[in-house]
Every structure is written in structure tokens, then in C-alpha cells.
Design a protein around this ligand. Structure first.
Ligand code: SAM
Length: 438
């Protein structure tokens, strides 16, 4: 198992403690004091994340995977949940300053008075994080929420730590007993890349820690437990994550995946939301679709075209062999039909025989066309750079290439790709899954 190590003496977020102290003071101030309500609103809506950004550099936040969930994203995730009741036990293994726990507590019932609510919530809300400043922040923010919902100045009978004994400093990958208590798991884990140990059955090389947190949660959760997670989009759309997806599907039923877009302006990474339910472990030969728009029983691009990535890596490949026309992303105008080639290159590897369509591999979701393409015609085999994806029609007809170009220009293709693969590098798998109209 991948186990992140953090030296607890290091306290990379010690400056966040000052902000938590202010929240403690706010929790002791009367709710009728002018400005109390709006200060609590701010404390529960994004201020913790803003404070974290203010006191710790991006490098540190990246190193420890500390990016708190914004209010909108947290609410979107919780909107996927069915209602909680007094028996729900909600666990966030990497709780940070409690943004997801706060979002969940907004949907928990309240009791007859403030102390009773906090006692009840303390039985239902569990959280772990490696950093004590965050854990203190999570507890005090829940106290603030309870006071705001009750509009009460009642004296608290216990400290926040006593009300929330299960929100604590701990490694979220090792709390098997907490995972077993949970009816609902909320997760926005660190996304950093970690080396995968040799004995891992579902990944090799380096893998995002998010994959490990989901796998760990699903391996140990009880049957029927529900997972709601914010995850990097590469886990849904990257071809390297197929084994991970299969592993998760063997343990759970994927109820929903929903593309969200960029996490926030400080963490420029595309995320999706996952709702899965732990089921009895089952054997699957291949994983199902993690994209809601993937066409079932419909013709897709991969049925009609052979799809491959261009083979030439310009600065790596030696220029040996015969001279051939050479194309790369900047040498073929989008949507044009190219028959004459301005560049050539010595090449001894794979060539592509026209006619075929090339799609630029790099594109952003906000661009007008996700799959800007060109037709390559003529009789001579062509050398293709690896920033282009080559789609060769199985019937070898240029008419099929024209049909494909029309299809790639359609808004439905853009919608499909924007949902299927938010990250900037289109994959062969995603291209093959493009539904073909008519
Ligand atoms: C992306 S943040 C999300 C925090 C919180 N769940 C939220 O949604 O705002 C991930 C959190 O995981 C914590 N973390 C990283 N590794 C952890 C581990 N092994 N166990 C527990 N927490 C961990 C970080 O300190 C950070 O607060």
C-alpha cells in the first residue's frame, strides 16, 4: 500500500493555527453581536481555503495535497447524496478544515438544543487529517455551524475536541475501523503522484494518491456504504487508470460520475464527482463505462477507423532511412484537406498511408473545437508527429474522412469530449468512443 509520510514536527501549516484561534473567539462571541452572522457565514463559506492560500505557498499546498473544497463544489457533491438521518455516520478520511463535513452537517437534523446537537453530530461525524491545525479548524467550524443553526448563546458543556472525538489527527489510509463504521464516505483526497509498490494489483509506476484513497475506502467499507468523492479527471478518462477502475467496480456499483471542470483557480486541475456504493466483491473481466455520455449499442468512431497516435517524437527520434512527407500539429491547417507537404523527414519507422484524418492531441475544454482535425490525402505514405492522432478509415475511402470531419465539427462531439475527457490530452480511447451520427 502507498503510505504518505509526514513528519508531524514539521507542521507545514502552523500559520493556519492563528486563523483557527480567531474562529474559537468567534464561537465564544454572542450571536447577537453586530456582524456575528456574516462572520460565521464567511468562516463556513470558503474563508478557510482563502486563509490557507494566504498563509502557505502553493508549493507547500501541492506537496501535502492541501486544497479545501469550495462551497459550490461541496454542495454539488452533497446534492448527489440521499438524505441523512440520525443513524448516518459520515466519514471524511482526509477532512482538512472540514469543508465536506460542514457541507454534510448542513443536511443533518438538529436536536432540541445546541449541546444536544453537538453531542449527536459528534456521534455521526468522523474525520481524519495529518495536520492538527486543520483538525482543530474542522471541529470549531462545526461548532460555529451548530450555533448558527440554533441561534444560541448557550454555554458549551464540552470542548470542540470532546464534542468531536472522532475528528482527529490520523493517517486516513490506516483507519480501517473508521471506514467500517461509516454509512457515508466523503472524499476529496490529495491528488499528488506517488510511486506504486510492486505488490499493487491495480497500478504500476506512479499513480495519483486519490486512487489509493478510493481503493482503500472501498476495500474496507461495509456493504451498502456510499462513497461521494471529488477526484482528478484523469482517473475517469486516463487510459492508465483502467485497472484501477476495474478494481473499484469489483468492489462497488458506480452510481454516477459527473464532470465538474477546474477544481478552483488555485488548483488548475479538472475534477469529476463520483458516487459509488460498496457491494459484495464480484469478478469482472473488464470495466464498464465511467462516462455517462458513452454511447451504448451505437456506432462509434473506433468501429469505422483505426486510431493511433503519430509515431515521431521530433527531438528523440534519429533522422535515418528514406525521406517522406512529414506532418505535425503546426504544419496542417485545421479543417483543411492537405495533399501537398511543405516538410519532409528521414524516417525508418511506421508511416501512415492516406487517406486519413489527423486530430490534434492537445486541446482545452473551452476551445471552440475539442477535436480540430484535417484530412491527409494523396498517394505517398506520410510520417506523423506524436502530437497528432491518426484515424485511418477501415474502408480506405476519402469520403469516410469527409464524413468524420463533419462529425468532429458537431457540438455533440464537443459535448461528448468535454464530458469524457477534461484533461488537455485527448486519448486514443476517448477518440474511439466518439459516437457517430446517422
Ligand atoms: C484536497 S484536501 C481536501 C480537504 C477536505 N476534505 C476538503 O474537501 O476541503 C486533502 C487533505 O488531505 C490531507 N491528507 C493528505 N494525506 C493524508 C493522509 N494520509 N491522511 C489524512 N489526511 C491526509 C491533507 O492534509 C489535506 O487537508
Amino acid at each position: 500500500m502507498i503510505q504518505p509520510t509526514v513528519n508531524s514536527d514539521l507542521r507545514p501549516f502552523h500559520e493556519f493555527a492563528e486563523y483557527v484561534t480567531k474562529l474559537v473567539q468567534l464561537s465564544r462571541t454572542s450571536h447577537v453581536e453586530p456582524g456575528w452572522e456574516s462572520k460565521v457565514d464567511a468562516a463556513l463559506n470558503g474563508q478557510a481555503g482563502a486563509e490557507l492560500r494566504r498563509v502557505s505557498p502553493l508549493k507547500t499546498r501541492r506537496e501535502f495535497g492541501a486544497f479545501f473544497t469550495g462551497t459550490d463544489l461541496g454542495a454539488r457533491l452533497l446534492d448527489l447524496c440521499s438524505a441523512f438521518d440520525r443513524n448516518s455516520v459520515i466519514y471524511d478520511p482526509t477532512c482538512g478544515a472540514g469543508d465536506l463535513l460542514v457541507a454534510a452537517a448542513r443536511r443533518l437534523p438538529i436536536e432540541k438544543n445546541l449541546n444536544a446537537t453537538l453531542t449527536q453530530w459528534g456521534k455521526q461525524l468522523i474525520g481524519t487529517d495529518l495536520h492538527r491545525e486543520f483538525v482543530h479548524g474542522a471541529r470549531i467550524r462545526l461548532v460555529l455551524l451548530a450555533r448558527q443553526r440554533h441561534r444560541s448563546n448557550s454555554k458549551l458543556k464540552k470542548t470542540p475536541a470532546q464534542f468531536f472525538p472522532e475528528i482527529k489527527v490520523a493517517n486516513g489510509l490506516r483507519q480501517i475501523h473508521l471506514l467500517k463504521q461509516a454509512t457515508h464516505l466523503l472524499l476529496n483526497p490529495p491528488f499528488g503522484l506517488e510511486k506504486v509498490p510492486k505488490n499493487c494489483a491495480w497500478a504500476s509506476g506512479k499513480m495519483t494518491l486519490a486512487a489509493e484513497f478510493v481503493a482503500n475506502a472501498m476495500e474496507h467499507a461495509n456493504e451498502g456504504a456510499e462513497l461521494y468523492a471529488i477526484l482528478p479527471d484523469v482517473l475517469r478518462s486516463g487510459s492508465f487508470s483502467e485497472n484501477w477502475q476495474k478494481h473499484i467496480e469489483q468492489l462497488s456499483e458506480i452510481r454516477r460520475t459527473q464532470s465538474f471542470g477546474i477544481f478552483d483557480s488555485s488548483a488548475d486541475i479538472d475534477v469529476f464527482l463520483l458516487h459509488a456504493i460498496r457491494v459484495k466483491q464480484r469478478k469482472l473481466t473488464h470495466s464498464g463505462s465511467w462516462s455517462p455520455l458513452i454511447a451504448k449499442n451505437r456506432t462509434t468512431l473506433g468501429d469505422l477507423f483505426e486510431v493511433r497516435v503519430g509515431t515521431i517524437v521530433p527531438h528523440r527520434d534519429e533522422e535515418i532511412g528514406e525521406s517522406y512527407p512529414y506532418i505535425h500539429a503546426r504544419s496542417v491547417p485545421a479543417w483543411a484537406t492537405v495533399r501537398e507537404f511543405s516538410e519532409s523527414r528521414l524516417h525508418s519507422g511506421r508511416l501512415f498511408q492516406p487517406p486519413f484524418v489527423v486530430i490534434r492531441r492537445t486541446s482545452r475544454p473551452e476551445q471552440q473545437y475539442r477535436a480540430a482535425a484535417s484530412i491527409i490525402a494523396g498517394d505517398v505514405p506520410v510520417a506523423v508527429e506524436n502530437h497528432l492522432i491518426v484515424c485511418s478509415p477501415l474502408d480506405r475511402k476519402v469520403g469516410s474522412c469527409r464524413q468524420l470531419i463533419k462529425q468532429l465539427k458537431l457540438p455533440t462531439t464537443n459535448d461528448f469530449l468535454n464530458d469524457r475527457i477534461r484533461c488537455r490530452h485527448l486519448t486514443v480511447k476517448a477518440i474511439k468512443q466518439i459516437p457517430i451520427e446517422g
